[in-house]
Design a protein around this ligand. Sequence first.
Ligand SMILES: Nc1nc2c(c(=O)[nH]1)N[C@H]1C(S)=C(S)[C@@H](COP(=O)(O)O)O[C@H]1N2
Ligand SMILES: [Mo]
Length: 196
Amino acid sequence: MRKIVSPINSRPDRLPPGQHWSSRLHILGISEPPDIDLSGYRLRIFGEVEKDVVLTWDDITSFEKVQLVADFHCVTRWSCPDVQWTGFHVEEIKKVVNIKDTAQAVMIHSLDGYTTNIPLKYFFDEDVILAYRLFDRPLPSDHGYPLRLIVPKLYSWKSAKFVSGIEFLKENRPGYWEQRGYHILGDPWKEQRYAL
Ligand SMILES: Nc1nc2c(c(=O)[nH]1)N[C@H]1C(S)=C(S)[C@@H](COP(=O)(O)O)O[C@H]1N2
Ligand SMILES: [Mo]
């Protein structure tokens, strides 16, 4: 299996300013995890693409598997080192959809009604994956079962759980927390926690 260690783990300033290490992930979510039946699960890819696609669980698990090890930085100031995820790299998406040149950002849609936006430059990055396993076990429901995004270079509110849709956007626009005062980008090393 291809293995990726996020480059953030080897930064000389590995712990971003204002953060402290925590030995575990803390469960944070806007509501209880949704009930999911894999046979009915679908991942929709739409927006600024030539043709929308709808992926089944079989499609998702047929993508090349990758393992990612990355620190996880929550805006509420805890950081968990070396979290191990397994899933597929976001580049796989380009094999099933043609993204229009007009796309600038993505909006991730989740089954709990959560959304979050990410500029394309941060979305298609070397260490961004859609994960379905955590530390070699199926992703627990609290942590985003069946599929979650992992974006190590941004605060973890961008690592959407229970992902059901990837919408390519012509213009970046704010998601759930971004509409409620969180920073539009969220770079932990720049302490982009809240919009001023
Ligand atoms: N769908 C969804 N994804 C979400 C959230 C949420 O409320 N709903 N919360 C975010 C926040 S604020 C954080 S810190 C991380 C927490 O991930 P964890 O619960 O696996 O530790 O998930 C992010 N992804
Ligand atoms: Mo968070």
